[in-house]
Design a protein. Structure first.
Length: 213
């Protein structure tokens, strides 16, 4: 049976992303999030407007999207309830957030230089995507309770860095989904993928190269 209900959040399960950006003083910010979806070499990011990451994105127009595997779950957890905003927004303060200047140090992660953007890559993450901002859109503008609180960013992936351990054998431009173990967040809890495929995929019969424009 089904019943009508009103969950406070609808995070049914998406990969965790560590977004690295550059702060106004030249230091680096690192923020975990999971409101992201992909289409080709574009990505949509949903962020609270008052956070440091969207402010950095609006100013610098660039970032790196670092995708942790299940092996980096503890590092991601160390960033929980931290913010790069010195004056902690009221909504975050109520949830127990605190200001943290050195996000990389707090997480125990390593900042590596990027090829194209100024924001750093996270060495420990198997997937590192250098990106630039194409557009920013306010969300829920017709809802007085949410107006001005959320932003959606369209970013364009400019350079892809993939750990060799998750690439397909003899195919350097393809990620092997049987080797890639993304960290998944579902309703604020961490999960991973089960070993092996749950069912044969008809869609997988299409050569991946045919998705290139």
């Amino acid at each position: 049976m089904h019943r009508v209900c009103e969950p406070a959040i609808l995070y049914f399960g998406t990969p965790v992303v560590l977004i690295s950006t550059v702060n106004p003083d030249g230091t680096f910010n690192l923020a975990p999030m999971s409101s992201a979806w992909w289409l080709g070499w574009r990505c949509l990011l949903g962020l609270a407007a008052s956070s440091q990451t969207p402010q950095n994105l609006l100013r610098t127009r660039e970032c790196v999207l670092n995708l942790p595997s299940v092996a980096e779950a503890a590092a991601v957890n160390r960033l929980a309830k931290t913010t790069g905003t010195e004056v902690v927004p009221e909504a975050k303060r109520r949830r127990g957030y605190r200001f943290e200047r050195d996000k990389f140090g707090r997480a125990g992660l390593t900042a590596d230089p990027s090829e194209i953007v100024a924001a750093p890559r996270v060495r420990e993450c198997p997937v590192q995507l250098e990106a630039t901002v194409e557009a920013a859109h306010p969300l829920a503008e017709n809802d007085p309770l949410w107006r001005g609180r959320q932003l959606a960013f369209e970013v364009r992936i400019r350079c892809v860095h993939i750990a060799e351990a998750i690439l397909m054998d003899a195919e350097p431009n393809r990620i092997d989904p049987d080797k890639w173990r993304p960290l998944i967040m579902s309703f604020q809890k961490f999960y991973g993928l089960a070993e092996g495929q749950v069912h044969r995929s008809t869609l997988a019969e299409i050569p991946e190269a045919l998705y290139r424009p």
